[in-house]
Design a protein around this ligand. Structure first.
Ligand code: GLY
Length: 611
């Protein structure tokens, strides 16, 4: 691949000598960020080889972002250092998915313990559960909520990275801004994925800052390969290099951000400078559970994010329910999930999504069933839930009663979720990061912040608050757990995951995906493919996608034979075939190093020293 030739154009950035690191054969070098040759990858499903590496590995959704992480790791940077450099470059080159205007969950393993850093956006303090209701008290049309100042949550990405860097960083914070500064100033080639997003986009043009950045004078999106410079963002990165997360809490950029939200022409939000200043990343107890794989007899511990994410809870419920059925022992049939297996899987998904809608919300505002989220993963409860699966689809599952006590909440109706990006890293000391990061919808709230100092470009603001329920209560007035409240963090589906061998405690894999609520199924597929079906990360990622959000059975279009669709319909499934564009990135530990996989449906690549 042309992109993998790099290192020719050395540009002096910041030289940081790093010594005395591990006994890894590849010795750290000084950090001199070199702008790589820039890819011009084609659009659409592109087969990827999977990448064997040794020493370390980094996987991200865009080759320029992966490369920034690679160069940081080459210079002896830690996994979190690499993730920071990757995130800054993603803000520039994959602005539609994640960035400093959004939020993120960072899962970190230092060889001994797992830590969960929560950088989820928060509702402004003045927000109420009427945020997304119209004058008649009815929920707004979903897109009207998204494309507005109402949807913008207080960003958390910089705060959470800063927190994790203080505890696990090796290279100076400022050094990690260098790749993004250089690319923003020199320009980067607009990727096919970004171009396709712009072509499909109907609202971004209404924001004058975004319009002049992403589109030409005739209102057409810049073409693939167009060299896009973002001097405003470069200046912001320079400020972040010095002031860290304060750069978005106080000063001209913070003021411009608040003004953008509060002066939205149709639906202004309530965010204040005080909301920005008050934001704090939080450390949470990671959610870990045991998983016995019936096809191999091997035992694993899976760790992921607790609420406000619903991801790991739902994945744990699905795996636990499936292990109580014959699906836990089923192999692939002719290289594909069989209709029998898909029946069990999507039924387990219905049950898990029913519980997700009923119970999960920000744990600082919402009581876990029985006071502990793990009641939802209790083996007795999951066995009882699995007994609801019959030979015909239940179509729509009802929530259960994990703690045996009456819940105070009403189920949240299904809502759209999109967007997001995933980063996986393992460094030369064996530290691992699984980080899922988002501005929610593709291009977020479609608001681009520019500090108004005459520079071109900026960064996009999230619409994360539309991950809250628009309706605060059910028809009887019973509150919904995930309703809007001031200072609350919206429920997420992001599922950054670390897998460990149960007996040895050794790291086996780091992975995750974008994809809104379907993140849960993409990550579920990654775990089942690698642990149950014995595939490597790339083979698993290549498998067709499947899902149910407690409604129809959704299959990736043109990837399953007609016989599978017919067999599922025979079991009463309402089968829909759609694109299901996952963006999985995963790295597994092998006897000789690492093997990384990146999703053929998007532009991601994995990099690391070749064995
Ligand atoms: N906005 C995607 C998620 O948090 O699930």
């Amino acid at each position: 691949m042309k992109f993998l030739k790099y290192g020719s154009k050395l540009k002096l950035a910041v030289a940081v000598l790093v010594g005395g690191l591990s006994a890894c054969a590849i010795q750290p070098t000084a950090f001199n960020y070199a702008t790589p040759d820039q890819p011009n990858d084609p659009v659409g499903y592109q087969e990827k080889p999977g990448w064997a590496t040794q020493g370390f590995a980094v996987a991200a959704a865009n080759p320029l972002a992966t490369d920034a992480g690679y160069q940081v790791l080459m210079a002896g940077g830690s996994a979190i250092d690499a993730a920071i450099a990757v995130q800054m470059v993603l803000t520039l080159v994959e602005p539609q998915s994640s960035g400093i205007g959004g939020g993120a969950f960072v899962l970190h393993h230092d060889g001994k313990k797992v830590e969960a850093y929560d950088g989820r956006e928060a509702a402004p303090s003045a927000a109420t559960d009427k945020l997304f209701l119209d004058a008649q008290g009815k929920p707004l049309p979903f897109i009207d909520g998204v494309v507005s100042g109402l949807s913008v949550g207080v960003p958390g990405t910089l705060s959470v990275l800063e927190m994790a860097h203080k505890e696990h960083g090796k290279l100076p914070w400022a050094t990690l801004m260098q790749p993004a500064i250089q690319l923003a100033e020199q320009g980067f080639k607009l990727s096919p994925h970004l171009h396709r997003g712009l072509q499909a986009e109907a609202y971004l043009m209404k924001d004058p800052v975004a319009a002049s950045y992403f589109y030409d004078a005739q209102g057409k999106p810049h073409p693939v390969g167009y060299v896009l410079k973002n001097p405003e963002l470069a200046a912001i990165f320079r400020d972040i290099a010095v002031r860290g997360s304060q750069a978005l809490k106080q000063g001209p950029v913070a003021e411009a951000l608040v003004q953008k939200v509060r002066q939205h022409p149709t639906r202004p939000g309530s965010m204040t400078l005080q909301d920005l200043a008050n934001y704090k990343a939080k450390k949470r107890e990671p959610l870990c559970f045991d998983h016995a794989v019936q096809t191999t007899g091997k035992n694993f511990q899976l760790c992921g994010f607790p609420p406000p994410s619903s991801g790991t809870l739902a994945i744990g419920q699905m795996l636990g329910i499936l292990n109580n059925t014959s699906a836990g022992k089923m192999p692939l049939e002719q290289g594909l999930p069989s209709s029998d297996w898909l029946h069990f899987y999507t039924e387990a998904a219905r049950l898990a999504f029913a519980d997700r809608g009923q119970f999960v919300g920000d744990p600082d505002f919402v009581q876990a069933p029985g006071g502990d989220w793990k009641t939802m993963l209790h083996p007795t409860y999951l066995k009882q839930r699995s007994s609801l699966i019959g030979s015909q689809s239940m179509k729509v599952a009802q929530p259960g009663n994990p703690a045996g006590t009456k819940t105070a909440y009403a189920p949240m109706p299904s809502q759209e979720e999109y967007g997001t990006s995933h980063i996986s890293v393992i460094d030369r000391d064996g530290n691992a990061v699984a980080m899922t990061t988002t501005i929610e919808a593709v291009f977020g709230s479609r608001l681009m912040v520019n500090s108004g100092q005459g520079r071109h470009g900026g960064f996009l603001l999230n619409n994360e608050l539309t991950d809250f329920s628009f309706a605060p209560t059910d028809a009887k007035g019973l509150p919904i757990a995930n309703r809007v409240e001031g200072g609350k963090r919206p429920r997420s589906s992001m599922s950054p995951t670390l897998v460990f061998e149960k007996d040895s405690g050794k790291l086996k894999m780091t992975g995750g995906s974008p994809g809104g609520a379907v993140i849960i199924h993409y990550t579920g597929k990654l775990l089942i493919g690698t642990l149950q079906w014995g595939l490597n990360t790339q083979q698993t990622i290549n498998l067709p996608n499947f899902s149910s959000l407690n409604g129809p059975t959704i299959l990736e279009e043109k990837r399953f034979p007609e016989s599978t669709v017919k067999a599922l319909q025979g079991k009463g499934h309402d089968v829909r075939e759609t694109p299901l564009p996952s963006g999985l990135q995963a790295i597994e530990v092998t006897p000789t190093g690492f093997f990384g996989g990146a999703d053929p449906r998007r532009e991601g690549v994995v990099m690391g020293p070749k064995p």
